[in-house]
Write a protein that binds this ligand. Structure first.
Ligand code: MLT
Length: 264
């Protein structure tokens, strides 16, 4: 498993670990502005999930539980007992699985443009169609299909480098990892019953213009998780950490300062 870890630097080695779990079809580089921008507030650890970026694809079945197991294995290897767990979209599905497996190891949660519910029958069909597309035409075809939903039209029109980098990031993901992620998302459990069990400080973040996962999903998380706070990031779609990193990092730092003081 490949990962970034700012913990080697003397300035961050004693800070609370913050694990950033990427979404689909991405890798850890989607968090580049957080790895840089949050290092003065936390020890930032960003793994490539199995089959994504530079991480290998193990032979066992890929499920949300398997991804969460991998993240726990990384914490074990780094000798980290408790961490703040953050996930964007599919990374949020994995954060729910991690919490179910290992609540005692979660200091706080940050849930970004994600949802608790499982896929609808139409959603499951869409996963199969996309897995077939990835296998037949490669991940470039998935990138083309997803790009318009990832960013606001404004960013797509005026920040060509941001859109191009994101397209390239998606297109370079290995087919095997992308197809496995689609099947894992198709078969993921409903995490709605988990919400009432969450008893750690929770920050919910959503891009105001997300078309892939509507803001109402984050309102549901805020209303169902005790004490959760919701921050809406303007001028951002599905990836507010990537599209509006300054605003995103600001709300995360504020959360760490006020709700997770032991992290500072
Ligand atoms: C993601 O961004 O991780 C995916 O789009 C989530 C999903 O398709 O459910």
């Amino acid at each position: 498993m490949q990962y970034d870890d700012t913990g080697g630097a003397p300035s961050t080695s004693l800070r609370m670990p913050l694990v950033l779990i990427h979404g689909f079809p991405l890798d850890r580089t989607i968090w580049a502005e957080q790895t840089r921008g949050l290092a003065d507030a936390a020890r930032v650890i960003a793994p490539d999930l199995r089959g994504c970026g530079g991480s290998a694809m193990p032979p066992d079945a890929t499920t949300m539980d398997a991804y969460a197991d991998d993240v726990r294995g990384l914490l074990d290897a780094l000798n980290i007992q408790r961490a703040i767990i953050a996930g964007v979209s599919m990374g949020g599905y994995i954060a729910f699985a991690f919490y179910r497996q290992s609540a005692a190891r979660v200091r706080a949660l940050i849930l970004v443009d994600t949802r608790a519910g499982a896929d609808s029958p139409e959603g499951k069909q869409g996963r199969d169609d996309n897995a077939a597309l990835a296998r037949a035409e490669g991940t470039g075809a998935i990138a083309e299909r997803m790009l318009p939903k990832m960013l606001t039209p404004q960013t797509a029109a005026t920040r060509a480098n941001v859109a191009q980098d994101l397209r390239a990031l998606m297109a370079r993901q290995p087919v095997e990892g992308v197809a496995a992620a689609l099947i894992a998302m198709r078969d993921r459990p409903d995490s709605t019953p988990t919400l009432a069990q969450i008893s750690v400080p929770t920050l919910v973040i959503h891009g105001a213009e997300d078309q892939l996962i509507p803001v109402k999903e984050s309102e549901l998380l805020r209303d169902s998780i005790r004490g959760a706070r919701l921050e809406i990031i303007p001028h951002a779609a599905h990836l507010p950490n990537y599209e509006q990193p300054a605003a995103f990092n600001r709300v995360v730092k504020e959360f760490l300062k006020t709700r997770v003081p032991s992290a500072n």
